[in-house]
Design a protein around this ligand. Structure first.
Ligand code: ADP
Ligand code: ADP
Ligand code: ZN
Length: 215
């Protein structure tokens, strides 16, 4: 099963991917997580992308596409995957289609999680991430059992630099301008399914599980 997760920043893509992949035995590939790991470790890739992520701008397509192409060649992807945060431009989607075509494969579904701007902002500014395992929490909507400590691995939680209010507006603009057109792109392939992301985490999870089970 090969799924693309679409939706604006804060819609709940990462949260749902974590919950859903276990049920379907597929891997979760988050380009944002990969970038953050590289930035933290000061790798050449991290140094290259930092200036973009900090400003809330998309990383150039060449950098992103070659990173994803490499990742998709790893063995664990054979079981299927859920791409979270990729593609984010039409050009990235075209490149992904080329990679899939070459391998004689195709996407099963482009799953769109929707939510309005007020909700997104509220979710983004309250988001906290685990320094150790990248698990996602929310100070109000999905708090850890012990404040600022990850339930899963015990590491400290932090707020992403780009989750501060000043950068959020730019990220939402980038989404509207460059990523939202992908919904049309996948509509033309007939693979779009929409989920109401304004519901509770568990209600969204149930809707997604139902959609994927019916594929
Ligand atoms: P995305 O990957 O789409 O940017 P996340 O999954 O990181 O979004 O979710 C953004 C924030 O909102 C996180 O803090 C998360 O805990 C919280 N969240 C996710 N889904 C819901 C939901 N259905 N209801 C309330 N809060 C949510
Ligand atoms: P969110 O879902 O909250 O927008 P992500 O973790 O997916 O956040 O992405 C964080 C940042 O990483 C983006 O603002 C962007 O700078 C960069 N990024 C992630 N995925 C891509 C992509 N496919 N193309 C370009 N930039 C990306
Ligand atoms: Zn953790």
């Amino acid at each position: 099963m090969k799924i693309v997760l679409l939706g604006p920043p804060g819609a709940g893509k990462g949260t749902q991917a974590e919950a859903i992949i276990k049920r379907f035995g597929i891997v979760h590939i988050s380009t944002g997580d990969i970038f953050r790991k590289n930035i933290k470790e000061n790798t050449p890739l991290g140094l290259k992308v930092k200036e973009y992520t900090q400003k809330g701008l998309l990383v150039p397509d060449e950098v992103t596409v070659s990173m994803v192409a490499q990742r998709l060649e790893e063995d664990d992807c054979k079981a299927g995957y859920m791409l979270d945060g990729f593609p984010r431009t039409i050009n990235q989607a075209v490149e992904l289609d080329k990679i899939l075509n070459k391998a004689g494969e195709k996407l099963d579904c482009a799953l769109v999680i929707t939510a309005d701007y007020a909700k997104l902002t509220e979710r983004i500014v309250g988001r906290r991430i685990c320094k150790g395992c990248a698990a996602t929490y929310h100070v109000t909507f999905n708090p850890p059992q012990k404040q600022d400590v990850c339930d899963k691995c015990g590491s400290e939680l932090y707020q992403r630099d780009d989750d501060k209010e000043a950068t959020v507006v730019k990220r939402l603009e980038e989404y509207d301008e460059k990523t939202a057109p992908l919904i049309d792109y996948y509509e033309k392939q007939g693979i779009v399914k929409k989920v109401d992301g304004q519901q509770s985490i568990s209600a969204v999870e149930k809707d997604i599980a139902d959609i994927l089970s019916a594929l």
